[in-house]
Design a protein around this ligand. Structure first.
Ligand code: NOJ
Length: 745
């Protein structure tokens, strides 16, 4: 029987209660308790046929047991599907997504997603709550760690690569899973960077910056979407029919499954759109097919389906028949998802899966870690020669747990090889390790950071004693490596920070180490782009390593000793000062740009020095030197239906291999509204052997210059301005060469 027919047959035979049960999405929580103990809520629900899917099962055995229980509890034998937060790897934890984005390597991102999918299916999982596609230009927001960075083009390519990696040839492909694009939408732009806070922005910004990665994920075939906690322009996403049913399904043609976020339907009440029956009606009407955790669909829909909803209470009238139609719509989507996964044919599909070889995963994780770290400064210190005496100082020198980063729910700290051991294994020489500074010095903050675990440990001695020991270790060494940064819990859900700089005790440590005059490499392990302040000046070399996953420190060791070449490029701007947020390289032009000719009256900050160490989007160094020739256009004027070729010679003039990311930006100096001073429109990664020269070609089309004018979401018009535009090509968003092109029409 075809998938559609199987779904039709089930729909025809299901009771209202059974249909509502399919919309209930529960956590595995305490699992199934049998025997003398009281059964868990989950097992009661399964027995009553009131669960559509479960997330967080954590083992194949538990998924299998739950599937058997669900089948026994379902009159029509409808199976569950199993989901999990597989955000940057599953058992093999890869670098944070923001770090992977800094690789700019789509094949790598696809490979890490495919590996995670294979590990997930081996544990009976069918859907992953990834890729997370929230563009964020506000480093205060802790979930910047999980996302693709600040740029819509880079994020869109990542969306496609990750979706492809997770899903392979499509749902039902062995060892692949269903992707779930999240969090739809604009979750990364909350007011003041506070997680869960609402978003108010021009429709143009939503359409041009925040929606494209979702469009790209859908285009790549993503099978599901999770909506965000926040409101967009006053309408919470869990009730946002114009964006979910309208844009996502209507404009993009998405025909998959939409799930709520954790208790997101219930939270409509706190948003002020309740009470519960009204919240449920709004969410169902908006196109949220499954209700995660809150059970409000389960509790409210039976009455709504018999009584309907009066306009008086909600501003949204619904007859009982209308409610039943919406329940049918959602249930059909859940069943179609299961059919596409192959579960209606075989509820245990994939459950005998074999996990991919661990060694393979580790090798990929190590490569990914090396490619994700960004070398920001190198005054000739790196790569280090083996044999020098190294003092490795800082709270992350021998750390395992923090290296996993946020949302590594299936990772294990014991799988991490910490930096001191990674260095010893690579060079045969163990560094002198010294704690140097606590991660934070406020006990209350430490307690908060530890509320989900104990990743922040502390040396109880006075700071002066810690620093004295660190300085002594530095003085006895030939080279000093400071391993500093943020704890795992510093960045992630509900982990927004007010001031995005290195925690104060670690800043003092770096200053003390710099004071010894010894060559100083600062390695930053973090979940967000931090303002590095003085540390960037004090260090002789600076490596931004993020939280690199199980092989993060090994990737760092490979880089600092030259066993791997640095090739990472920032996917987010690193602020010069913590007060300079939100920020992006792609800000719209103003009448008084900085730097400029208006003296003090500039679009900048009075108290920001001109030479403040800001690291621009796209920036990163390698160990070789790549020379850029002059960009040449095949023609300087073209009609809108023509493609213009931009040619550029690049040459590796150094004596080491290089992986160069050539970036192409556009500007539109004569537009009808303000436009970004630079906007990434294409990039290519080119491997160059020492001495090798290559020609890079970009195909430039008028479409790349289109932008939305949108008084409302529904009335968007994509426009383009004939006349002169700028093309800026270079190794990052700042250091570019410009050529002018004229669109004749
Ligand atoms: C809440 C988070 O916002 C979301 O990203 C995650 O997938 C769900 N919880 C499930 O754990």
């Amino acid at each position: 029987m075809g998938q559609g027919a199987a779904v039709d047959r089930l729909m025809a035979g299901m009771t209202l209660k059974e249909k509502i049960g399919q919309l209930n999405l529960l956590p595995a929580g305490q699992g199934l308790v049998t025997g003398a103990q009281a059964p868990t809520t989950l097992s009661q629900r399964l027995d009553a046929g009131q669960v559509g899917a479960i997330f967080g099962t954590k083992s194949l055995a538990s998924a299998r047991a739950m599937q058997e229980r669900a089948l026994a509890g379902s009159r029509l034998g409808i199976p569950l599907f199993f989901a999990e937060d597989v955000i940057h790897g599953h058992r093999t934890v890869f670098p944070l997504n923001i770090a992977l984005a800094c690789s700019w390597d789509m094949a790598l991102i696809e490979a890490t997603s495919a590996h995670a999918a294979a590990e997930a299916t081996a544990e009976g999982l069918h859907q992953v709550y990834a890729p997370m596609l929230d563009i964020s230009r506000d480093p205060r927001w802790g979930r910047v760690a999980e996302g693709p960075g600040e740029d819509p083009l880079l994020a869109s390519r990542i969306a496609a690569a990750a979706t492809q990696g997770f899903q392979g040839a499509g749902l039902g492909t062995p060892e692949r899973v269903a992707a779930c694009l999240k969090h739809f939408v604009a979750y990364g732009a909350p007011q003041s960077g506070r997680d869960y806070d609402n978003v108010s922005m021009a429709w143009e910004d939503l359409i041009e910056t925040y929606l494209p990665p979702f469009a790209a994920g859908i285009e790549a075939g993503a099978a599901s979407v999770m909506v965000a906690f926040n409101a967009v322009n006053r309408l919470p996403m869990h009730a946002n029919a114009p964006l979910v049913e309208g844009w996502l399904r209507g404009c993009q043609g998405f025909d998959g499954l939409v799930v709520s976020d954790y208790t997101g339907v219930k939270e409509l009440v706190a948003h002020g759109l309740g009470p519960a029956p009204v919240a449920v009606a709004r969410a169902l009407h908006a196109g949220i097919d499954m209700d995660m955790v809150g059970e409000d669909y389960l509790n409210e829909l039976p009455a709504l389906a018999t009584e309907g909803l009066a306009a008086r209470t909600a501003g949204l009238a619904m007859s009982p028949a209308a409610v039943r139609r919406l329940i049918d719509r959602a249930c059909r989507r859940v069943l179609t998802f299961k059919a596409r996964l192959g579960l209606l044919d075989d509820p245990f599909r994939g459950m005998a899966g074999k996990a991919p070889a661990r060694a393979e995963g580790r090798a990929l994780a190590r490569k990914a870690a090396a490619q994700s770290a960004v070398l920001l400064k190198n005054d000739g210190l790196l790569p280090l020669a083996p044999g020098s005496r190294m003092a490795l100082i800082g709270p992350f020198a021998a750390d395992r747990a923090n290296m996993l980063g946020t949302w590594a729910v299936s990772g294990r700290a014991e799988d991490v090889v910490p930096l001191d051991r990674a260095i010893a294994a690579l060079t045969g020489q163990a560094p002198t390790v010294c704690w140097g500074a606590n991660i934070v010095d406020e006990p209350w903050l430490e307690a908060r950071l530890n509320c989900h675990g104990t990743t922040v440990t502390r040396d109880p001695r006075e700071e002066s004693a810690l620093l004295a020991e660190a300085v002594a270790a530095a003085l006895a060494a030939d080279v000093v490596v400071a391993a500093v940064g943020e704890a795992k819990e510093h960045a992630g859900e509900s982990s927004s920070r007010l001031a995005v700089d290195l925690p104060a005790p670690q800043r003092r440590l770096i200053a003390a180490l710099a004071g010894t005059g010894k060559p100083l490499l600062v390695v930053v392990f973090a979940g967000r782009p931090l303002a590095l302040g003085e540390a960037a000046t004090q260090a002789d070399a600076l490596l931004y390593a993020w939280h690199g996953g199980v092989a993060g420190p090994e990737g760092v060791a490979d880089l600092i000793f030259g066993a791997a070449e640095p090739s990472g490029r920032l996917a987010v701007t690193l602020p010069a000062h913590p007060g300079e947020v939100p920020l992006t390289y792609a800000c719209d032009t103003t009448g008084r740009p900085w730097p400029g000719r208006f003296g003090k009256f500039l679009t900048g900050w009075l108290d920001m020095p001109d030479d403040a160490p800001r690291f621009p989007f796209g920036f990163g160094l390698g160990y070789s030197a790549v020379r850029y020739g002059r960009p040449i256009l095949c023609r300087h004027a073209a009609h809108a239906d023509e493609t213009v070729t931009l040619l550029l010679g690049i040459e590796n003039t150094g004596n080491r291999p290089a992986l160069e990311t050539v970036q192409l930006y556009a500007s539109d100096p004569v537009a009808r509204v303000t436009r970004p001073g630079r906007k990434l429109i294409d990039f290519q990664q080119v491997a160059l052997a020492p001495g090798e020269a290559r020609e890079v070609r970009f195909a430039v089309t008028a479409d790349q210059f289109r932008y939305p004018m949108a008084p409302t979401l529904e009335t968007v018009e994509w426009v383009r301005d004939p006349g002169m535009v700028g093309l800026h090509v270079g190794p990052n968003s700042r250091d570019t060469q410009e050529v002018a092109l004229t669109w004749l029409d």
